[in-house]
Design a protein around this ligand. Structure first.
Ligand code: TYM
Length: 328
């Protein structure tokens, strides 16, 4: 049994991109692996957060984990800040990371672009993410395509530590789905679908009501022409919608093309909206039940207690190897 770790930020609403690119794989892996899934609140504060909103969104993402099918009896579900070892190893990892390595990260470049002042947390974010993974000696990290570069840095840091202080960390591998690793915006297929996009019409939020989902899909940008044909180079907008269709229906791309042959974009979009509604309605129902049940805090407490056992041991081992004097 391997160890799996992943995290999602509690910043804004989770989208269909988060579900298809990451969460769905969390659910798949929990039957065969030892899993750690967390809400990464300490990552979220690398950009300003309203305190009340952060608390609400942390509960929201936890409930969405469970609603999406993560079973707290099989997986450890917790909040990053409830396991302080993440911050401690995060600092240690920061000291092993080069400035150049951090400045090269495309996520940092994107998030800091055009800003007058940029918080240092945004720059050192990948060192904390490396600590998240290494603190459990995770083998596998299910993420979407945009996290690939952070995973490469994590592997480099693990190797760097091992060569300086003796073999200790497992070198983790990313687990990136072949299709669906990069769901694009509904209003612009050159940008990834993102919860931080100021235009809500650009994404489907997991808690969007059916009428909202129908409206967003019907207004989604399409390419000129009317043929439902997968051709990412020449028809990026319709190709993105076709890959979403494939992800939510389980049908292959040729099957989808055949189904809508000669029908144009209208009927395709209508059916796509219904497929998304069919997927999200039961998830939403479970979500509201979980929020009402008051179970979240118990789940998080148990998750953090189990995660801390492993994480604290790792930090103690790392400190000993690095020459920290142990308290006696
Ligand atoms: P975050 O919160 O931005 O996104 C959570 C997960 O969703 C995936 N994702 C997507 N996949 C496909 N298409 C999209 N449009 C799309 N948008 C988001 C992301 O790739 C991610 O897997 N740095 C991480 C959080 C993190 C983490 C970790 C992940 C912190 N520590 C340790 C793994 C392991 C992030 O910002 O994800």
């Amino acid at each position: 049994m391997g160890k799996v770790l992943s995290g999602i930020q509690p910043s804004g609403k989770l989208t269909l991109g988060n579900y298809i690119g990451a969460m769905r794989n969390f659910v798949k892996l929990q039957d065969s692996e030892e899993c750690y899934f967390m809400v990464v609140d300490m990552h979220a504060i690398t950009v300003p957060q309203e305190p009340e909103a952060l608390r609400e969104q942390t509960e929201m993402v936890t409930a969405l984990f469970i609603a999406a099918g993560i079973d707290p009896a099989k997986s450890n579900v917790f909040v990053q800040s409830h396991v302080p070892a993440h911050a401690e190893l995060g600092w240690i990892m920061t000291t092993l990371t080069g400035m150049g390595e951090l400045e090269r990260m495309t996520q940092f470049k994107d998030k800091s672009q055009g800003k007058e002042s940029v918080g240092a947390g945004l720059l050192v974010y990948p060192s904390l993410m490396a600590a998240d993974i290494l603190v459990y000696n995770a083998d596998l990290v299910p993420v979407g395509d945009d996290q690939k570069q952070h995973l490469e840095l994590t592997r480099d840091l693990a190797q760097r530590f091992n060569s300086r202080f003796g073999d200790y960390f497992t070198i983790p591998n990313p687990y990136i789905p072949e299709v669906g690793a990069r769901i694009m915006s509904l209003d612009d297929a050159s940008k990834k679908m993102s919860k931080s996009n100021p235009n809500p019409g650009s994404y489907i939020a997991l808690l969007d009501e059916p009428s909202v989902i129908r409206k967003k899909i019907s207004r989604a940008t399409t390419d000129s022409g009317r043929e439902v044909k997968y051709d990412p180079e020449n028809k990026p907008e319709i190709s993105n919608l076709i890959s979403i269709y494939a992800q939510v229906s389980g049908l292959s791309i040729p099957e989808i093309e055949a189904r809508f042959e000669g029908q144009g974009y209208g009927p395709f979009k209508k059916e796509l909206a219904e497929r998304i509604v069919e997927l999200l309605e039961p998830l939403q129902q479970r979500y509201y039940e979980i929020r009402k049940s008051g179970e979240i805090h118990r789940i998080l407490k148990e998750g953090a207690a189990k995660a801390s056992l492993i994480a604290n041991r790792t930090v103690a081992d790392v400190k000993e190897r690095m020459g920290f004097l142990a308290p006696r």
